[in-house]
Design a protein around this ligand. Structure first.
Ligand SMILES: CC(C)(COP(=O)(O)OP(=O)(O)OC[C@H]1O[C@@H](n2cnc3c(N)ncnc32)[C@H](O)[C@@H]1OP(=O)(O)O)[C@@H](O)C(=O)NCCC(=O)NCCS
Length: 135
């Protein structure tokens, strides 16, 4: 498994993983806009199996997902480590209160629950704002 920067021709695979992982989807423009920035993919046997995007200016983890067939093998952790290396001071993210797997994943990476964001999502679900000090 290799972690490398996302390339233009990886975007369809990234969007496929995103569609398998989330109920609501980002428009493709979001992914194209983050090319050449803090955007990594995990590749295994020539196939993209996960991605992570960080926005250093906003201290924000924008999106992360691993293909369902490749989870619980440390790929998400390696993707987060690559993205966090390019961020400074602190990192934040929002996660659905119902997404227990992701909340456990972020806690293992050292994020703490900072704040409840009520009705944050389009369907009315609350988000937890999570925070990690990077100093
Ligand atoms: C969250 C996600 C990216 C984790 O990716 P992953 O490659 O499976 O994560 P890792 O294998 O690196 O997991 C690291 C640790 O996180 C925790 N963890 C990850 N998935 C978990 C799960 N389903 N249940 C409980 N703990 C979990 C465990 O502590 C795990 O360590 P362990 O396997 O040694 O017990 C993946 O589950 C995913 O794509 N989910 C759907 C998309 C999503 O919810 N993204 C976050 C939105 S805010």
């Amino acid at each position: 498994m290799e972690i490398r920067k996302c390339r233009h021709d990886d975007i369809p695979s990234v969007m496929k993983i995103e569609s398998l992982s989330f109920k609501y989807h980002y428009p493709s423009s979001i992914f194209y806009n983050y090319l050449d920035r803090n955007f990594y993919v995990a590749e295994e046997d020539g196939k993209v199996v996960g991605y992570a995007i960080g926005d250093a200016r906003r201290h924000l983890i924008v999106s992360i997902a691993v293909h369902p067939d490749y989870r619980r093998r440390g790929i998400g952790t390696k993707l987060m480590e690559s993205v966090l290396k390019n961020m400074h001071g602190y990192a934040i993210l929002q996660v659905r209160v119902s997404n227990n797997e992701a909340i456990k994943f972020y806690k293992k990476l050292g994020f703490i629950e900072k704040e409840l964001l009520q009705s944050y999502y389009i369907d009315g679900e609350d988000a937890i704002l999570m925070f990690k000090n990077l100093d």
